[in-house]
Design a protein around this ligand. Sequence first.
Ligand SMILES: O=C(O)CCC(=O)C(=O)O
Length: 279
Amino acid sequence: MIDLQLLEQAYDLTSDQVVQFREEGFLKLPNVFDAATLQHFEPEISRLTFAHNHLDGMPMEERDTYSKAFIQVGNLWKKSENARRLTFSKRLAGIATDLLGSSGVRLWHDQALYKEPSGGFTPWHADQQYWPMKSSLSVTAWIPLHAVPLEQGPLCFGRGSHRKRIGRDLPISDSSEALIHKEIKDQGVVEVIEPYEVGDVSFHLGWTLHRAGPNSTARPRKVHTVIYMDCNMKLAEPTNPNQALDHEKWTPSTAVGEVMNDPLNPILFTTGSSNENVC
Ligand SMILES: O=C(O)CCC(=O)C(=O)O
């Protein structure tokens, strides 16, 4: 029987790491999980991802850039109790809370992002372009289920790009790749890309620009993600069609201006109260 205690154990960040995250807009942390924990979850996340893969059978050459980039399956926690244990990990949610500096975090959603063998690059983008949120306090935990070498498409971040307001109206596409790439070069934003070791997990803010290279290996790049928001996050008026879709999909009962207290957005971590429903 595997011991999953690590999921609930605190991961202590240094104040330097928190400062670095807030200045750079991302942080990759070692040993967030161990190999045994990842190996426990990988089969279930993979089963769910391939079972809900809407691209199944579509040849790469017939796909657009977005659908070449990854298989994307959301709200795995609603589909499986085991996936829920990973998404609801207090270790992850505690890190997200400390990095945001908030009194707690809610779930926006989780999603698997599997880059298939010979899958394409993920174009430059900022996630919050898609999300109707009143503040910038959102963060994604990118959790590879194995080591990810450079040739398998790890994330690449634009250092400090969350402060630059580059490409904030550009959905993921060939245009976002080209325009953001040009703009970050012009503005001297440094691109940071590193392989991920087993157990590494990175965190990036909703406005941090990022991309990933193609997967040139014969193995799928298997990644689970959990997206957190400040527990007092309010729904903003959608400013583009993608935000309107995300309102319906991820927080359907929330009205514009309200705290996102939909059953799909449970509080996953709080710093103070013993009541988990209060932030
Ligand atoms: O996994 C990828 O290739 C892209 C991931 C991403 O854009 C994200 O997690 O925000």
